[in-house]
Design a protein around this ligand. Sequence first.
Ligand code: ZN
Length: 180
Amino acid sequence: MPPYAIRIIGDPVLNERAAEVEDINGALVRLADDMLTTMYEAPGLGLAAPQVGVQKRLFVYDAGDGPAVLVNPVISESRGEWAYEEGCLSVPGLSWEIIRPKEIHLTGYDLDGNEVSFEADELLARLFQHELDHLDGVLLLEHLDDDQRKAAKKALREQTMAREAAAPPASAASGGLRLP
Ligand code: ZN
């Protein structure tokens, strides 16, 4: 079992703006480790703290160069446009081609408290923008047009119904008195 269950759309924690990290301490390092384990088991390329129910501005990622953590990230510049098929661990089973800036400049802190700075483009820029959205309480659905959003909500309702049919809530399964 991964250390955390990933929160799914509908959970209000995914719609709130997360708070700045004020202290990089042992607890934060453990949180980042547990988030990385959860991310690799999912599997995903990135995971933001609100996705495991923690309202702090940090995310973990691995874009192919090994595990990394960014604390209090800020995008200071963005340029161009890039279309890319984007999904989210908190919006399971769905993805859409979404246009976002192609290149960004991002600054933040690593777990040693050192300031870090990235010129990112394409996939890495997309990953950073996606995770930063999570820290601002924004999910992919907010990037869709009205028709796409309606279709997405219908698909998500059907997923929920299918999940509940496959595994009825414990209260229903064990419910009360059973007469012959
Ligand atoms: Zn996501």
